[in-house]
Design a protein around this ligand. Structure first.
Ligand code: ZN
Length: 319
C-alpha cells in the first residue's frame, strides 16, 4: 500500500491560564473553539482545540493549559514557530487588529520571499501569519470576530529547530514522503506530495542553539495527517521496522494516533483524518460546552467542579 502523509494534522502546545488562551485564540485570532474537553490522561486539566468552522485536519491547534506551570524554553529539539496561512491582501487588516489589541508584531519577508507577520501569544508561543494565494478558502471560521475575507485558513508550515538536520531530513524524505523544495542558509524546506497550505515543514539547523524545555509557552508535538486507519497501521509497522520507538495506536476520539520521537528530538504524531470533531456533538455546537469521553461521564460533576470556570466565545453574525 502507498501510505501517505498529507500534511500537518494538528499542533499541540502548553498554555498557562485557559481563559487567557481562549481570549487570545478565539477572541483575537478568530479561530473557532471546536472542542472543549479535558486531558484524557489528566481530567483535572482542560484540553482546548481550535480550528476552522469544522476543525478540519490542517487547521487544528490544541492546548493543554497548565495554570500553575512554569514557562518553558523555546530551543533546539522543538517545533519553534507555528505559521498560519491568511489570504493575500489581509495584512493591513491584521496589523490594525494586532495594534488595537496592543500586541507587538514584526512584518518581514521570509528567506523564501513570503510576507510574514511574526508575534507571540500571551505565553510566549511563537506564531506567524503568512499571506499567501495558497490559503484554502474553505478552511476558515466565518462566524468568529475576524471577517471571513481575512480569517486564518489553517496552517501554512511549521518550523523545527534542530542541532543537526541530516537524520531528520532522511526521515522526512526517505520515510515520510516529503520532497526538498527550497534551501536558504541553515533553513531547509520540505513539502508533502499534496499541494497547498499546511503541507510544508522548515528544518532550521542551529548546532550552537540551547535545547528547548517543554512547558508553558512551548509546543509539545506536531501531528501529521494520514487518511485512513489502514495507512496508520502501515506507518506503525514501517516506523517500528526502522527502530523508532512507536506507541500503540491510541484512540483520541476525534482521530487515532501513534507517537514517536524524530531523530532531532521533536515529538511526532501520525493522526488519522477521521472521525473528526462532530463525532460527539453536532457541528453547529462545536466547542459550546464541556464534552467528556464516555468513561469520564460518570465523574462529570466532580470534574466540572475541579476545573476553572471559563467564558466561552460566542459566534458572531457578520453582515
Ligand atoms: Zn496530538
Amino acid at each position: 500500500m502507498d501510505k501517505q502523509v498529507l500534511g500537518i494534522h494538528h499542533v499541540t502546545a502548553i498554555a498557562g491560564d485557559p481563559q487567557t488562551n481562549i481570549d487570545f485564540y478565539a477572541g483575537i485570532l478568530g479561530l473557532r473553539l471546536v472542542k472543549l474537553t479535558v486531558n484524557f490522561d489528566d481530567p483535572t486539566t482542560y484540553h482546548l482545540y481550535y480550528g476552522d468552522g469544522q476543525g478540519h485536519p490542517g487547521t487544528i491547534l490544541t492546548f493543554f493549559p497548565w495554570p500553575d506551570g512554569i514557562r518553558g524554553r523555546i530551543g533546539t529539539g522543538q517545533l519553534t514557530v507555528t505559521s498560519f496561512a491568511t489570504p493575500e491582501q489581509s495584512f493591513p487588516y491584521w496589523k490594525k487588529r494586532l495594534a488595537e489589541h496592543h500586541m507587538q508584531f514584526e512584518e518581514a519577508h521570509s528567506v523564501f520571499d513570503e510576507a510574514v507577520l511574526s508575534f507571540s501569544d500571551p505565553d510566549g508561543l511563537q506564531l506567524e501569519l503568512i499571506s499567501t494565494a495558497a490559503a484554502n478558502p474553505d478552511h476558515a471560521w466565518s462566524r468568529g470576530p475576524v471577517p471571513f475575507d481575512f480569517a486564518i485558513r489553517g496552517f501554512h508550515h511549521v518550523t523545527l529547530c534542530e542541532e543537526g538536520y541530516e537524520r531528520t531530513a532522511s526521515l522526512l524524505t526517505e520515510t515520510m514522503g516529503f520532497t526538498p523544495t527550497a534551501t536558504s542558509g541553515n533553513r531547509f524546506r520540505y513539502s508533502t506530495s499534496s499541494t497547498g497550505a499546511g503541507t510544508l515543514v522548515d528544518v532550521v539547523c542551529t548546532p550552537a542553539g540551547r535545547p528547548g524545555r517543554v512547558s508553558v509557552g512551548t509546543v509539545h508535538h506536531v501531528a501529521w495527517r494520514t487518511p485512513t486507519d489502514a495507512q496508520q497501521q502501515e506507518w506503525q509497522r514501517a516506523l517500528t521496522a526502522l527502530q523508532y520507538n512507536v506507541t500503540p495506536i491510541i484512540d483520541r476520539k476525534y482521530f487515532h494516533s501513534i507517537y514517536f520521537r524524530e531523530p532531532g528530538g521533536v515529538l511526532f504524531e501520525i493522526a488519522t483524518d477521521p472521525p473528526g470533531f462532530a463525532v460527539d456533538e453536532p457541528a453547529e455546537q462545536l466547542g459550546s460546552h464541556l464534552v467528556l469521553p464516555s468513561w469520564l461521564e460518570p465523574a462529570r460533576a466532580r470534574i466540572e467542579q475541579a476545573l476553572p470556570k471559563l467564558r466561552l466565545p460566542l459566534a458572531v453574525q457578520h453582515e
